[in-house]
Design a protein around this ligand. Structure first.
Ligand code: 5AD
Ligand code: FES
Length: 356
């Protein structure tokens, strides 16, 4: 165990801050014992705020059509092998119906950047879900849009929005995205979402090509400044039909370590143990929870389309039904001493809230 890493983890826990140099030092030199030390602290914090409860979100991947061409992503527009699909509004509602029955109280509507689903159309879908299920939260994950569009959907009742920033380092951003995409617009979107009162999620892939410890330090400083209500962190996994097909996977251990560090720095953050983490290791999501994560996001998409929403190779749960995933998650959480909670699972703004 490196004495320096341990000291820096303690400092982060006390001050909720490390400067850039210290982040670089910490992320450059740590071992499994340091990681386990951070995980223990993270777990204690998570338990103090959210108890042993794990919140589940049902993701409806309703279209894999995408106008973007992110170099890492399996549904990028240049992937001519991807079989494209779109669900109808009624089909989206049917996924929510099934999800509600299974105990989901948050629906995450996710798609590629597909102009067939305008903000008006989404607002209509959101209103329908909210009328039918007023006790549920609606989370959107639709990519970059303009302020007025985000506003319209917020006014229709959307509660949360997930938009990973992917990297807080502009040079790195340019290496992951085509020239027509811009780092400043991505950041503006995140600011817009926050200002509209969405519980906002940012996040990164760990080990994306060209990522350095300096990039990760910038990500941690960005999280500290922006204070997202949610942080999505999973390992980068290559997809065979992308320019990054031969790149190495991200590190499983570093993903867990970063989850713990996020929990320590932002105690109340909603932190999913992501599908990518469950893909890189069979018990990745359990280990994510034991490292401080408190959210799991199983799939609610119809089994017929699941294989088509392949952001990376090997994605889990593509053969399973919503019901099977729910049972699976319950069993997995029970095995490690946690319980799946049937509730919206909002961000706890107050440390001493009664969520325990
Ligand atoms: N590996 C891991 N995560 C990926 N994502 C996209 N492609 C990959 C990949 N190859 C993540 C991105 C995106 C989210 C929806 O999925 O971070 O924001
Ligand atoms: Fe889908 Fe386990 S969560 S099968």
């Amino acid at each position: 165990m490196s004495g320096t890493a341990k000291k820096l983890i303690d400092e982060l826990n006390i001050n909720k801050h490390l400067d850039r140099d210290k982040w670089i030092t910490l992320l450059s030199d740590w071992d499994d014992r340091d990681r386990e030390y951070a995980a223990k602290i993270a777990r204690e914090i998570s338990e103090r705020i959210y108890g042993k409860n794990i919140y589940i979100r049902g993701i409806v991947e309703f279209s894999n059509v995408c106008k973007n061409d992110c170099l890492y992503c399996g549904i990028r527009r240049s992937n001519k092998n991807a079989q494209r699909y779109r669900l109808t509004d009624d089909e989206i509602l049917m996924c929510c119906d099934e999800g509600y029955e299974e105990g989901f109280r948050t629906f995450v509507l996710q798609c590629g950047e597909d102009s067939a689903y305008s903000a008006e159309r989404m607002a209509n879908i959101i209103r329908r879900i909210k009328e039918k299920y007023p006790d549920c939260a609606v989370t959107l994950s639709l990519g970059e849009m303009e302020y007025d569009e985000y506003k319209l959907m917020r006014e229709a009742g959307a509660d949360r929005y997930l938009l990973r920033h992917e990297t807080a380092n502009e040079e790195h951003y340019k290496k992951l995205h085509p020239a027509e995409m811009s780092f400043s617009h991505r950041m503006k979107c995140l600011e817009d979402l926050k200002s509209l009162g969405y519980q906002t999620g940012a996040g990164i892939m760990v080990g994306s090509p060209y990522q350095t410890v300096e990039c990760l330090a910038d990500d941690m400083l960005f999280f500290e400044r922006f204070k997202p209500e949610m942080i999505g962190i999973g390992p980068f996994l290559p997809h065979k039909n992308t320019p990054f097909c031969n790149e190495a996977k991200g590190s499983y251990e570093l993903t867990l370590f970063l989850l713990s560090l996020c929990r320590i720095m932002l105690p109340n953050v909603l932190l999913p143990a992501t599908t990518a983490l469950g893909t890189i290791r069979p018990d990745g999501r359990e280990q994510g929870v034991l490292s401080g994560a408190n959210v799991i996001m199983p799939n609610l998409s119809p089994t017929a389309v699941r294989k088509k929403y392949m952001l990376y190779d090997g994605k889990i749960c593509t053969e399973d039904s919503a019901d099977q995933c729910k049972m699976c998650i319950h069993a997995r959480m029970k095995r490690i001493g946690y319980v799946v909670k049937v509730s919206r699972g909002d961000y706890s703004y107050d440390k001493d809230s009664d969520l325990r």
